[in-house]
Ligand binder design. Sequence first.
Ligand code: 13P
Ligand code: SF4
Length: 319
Amino acid sequence: SADESLQRERIKTLLKAHNATLVAHYYTEDSLQALAEETGGCVADSLEMARFGAASPSSTLVVAGVRFMGETAKMLSPDKRVLMPTLEATCSLDIGCPAPEFSAFCDAHPDRTVVVYANTSAEVKARADWVVTSAIAEDVVAHLHARGERIIWAPDKHLGRFVQSRTGADMLMWEGACIVHEEFKARGIEDMLRVYPQAAVLVHPESPQAVVDLADVAGSTSQLINAARKMTQDTLIVATDRGIFYKMQQAVPDKLLIEAPTGGNGATCRSCAHCPWMAMNSLDKLELCLEEGLGAIEVDDAIRRRALVGLERMLTFRN
Ligand code: 13P
Ligand code: SF4
C-alpha cells in the first residue's frame, strides 16, 4: 500500500541516519526480509546472522528475529548498539531451559562436554563448551565424538536425536522442543505425498523423528533453501516455519512450494507453522525502535565473557 511504501522510506532514512544495518531471520514477515535485502542488510539463518552481524561495519545492528539472536549479536559485538523491534520475542526452547536448572544438570555430569543450541539465553550459553546452530550441530558433534568426548546436549530433543542418529555420539539430552516444528505430522505428509507423489520433502530437524524420517533433505533454514535449488523435483513439501517461503520461492520461482500439514484442522490451526515470537516483529515496531532507540539489548559482562567461549568456537569451527 501507499502507506506501507512511505513507511518503508522512513525506515530506510532512519537506518541511514543511525548508521544501522537490518539483519532479519527467514521466519520474519516478508516486508522485513525485503527491507533487509534492499538496504544492504541480510536475511539469513541464525548462524549467518551471527557471522554477518559480527563482520558488519555499522555501529548499530537491528536484529529482526527472536531474543537469542539479538543477544548473540550483542555478545559478538559489545561495542555496537543492538536493537530489536521487540524484546518480548522469545523461543520455546529458551523458555524450556532455565539457566539454574541447566547449570545443575551440567554439574551432575562434569565429565561431559556441554553443547548448547543457539536458541538459548546468554546465561545458558555461559555454561556451554560449544554453542551450535542447526547448520553446524552435526559437524561439531561428529568432531567431538571422533575425539572421544561424551556430550550434554540442550535444549532441543528432536535436533539432538537427529544429530545423535547421524553421528552415533553419546549424548545426554535436555527435553526441550520447538512448539512450531513439533506440530508437523508424518501422517499428514504421507497423505500429501499421495496427492503429490513426485514431491520432495524438506524438513527442519527440530521436527519429530517420524517427520524427519520422511525427509529427502533435513537441515537448517539456509540448508533447506540451498537444497530446494538443487532438487530435481518441481514440487516441494516444506516442514518448517512458513516465513521461509519468501526466500525459498525467490530461489526456486518455478517450483510449487507446499506447507507441510501440522495436523490441526485448517480452521483452528491456520498459524501452526508460524512462530508466534517471530511474528511479533513488524514494520511498525521496527520504525518505533529506530525512532526512539527502544529495544536495546544488554548482556551482563561476566556472562558475556563466558558465553563467548562457546560462541567463538562455533564461529571459527571448520570441518
Ligand atoms: P536456523 O538456524 O535453521 O535458522 O533455525 C533457527 C530457528 O529458530 C529454527 O526454528
Ligand atoms: Fe524457537 Fe521454534 Fe520459534 Fe525457532 S520457530 S524461534 S525454535 S519457537
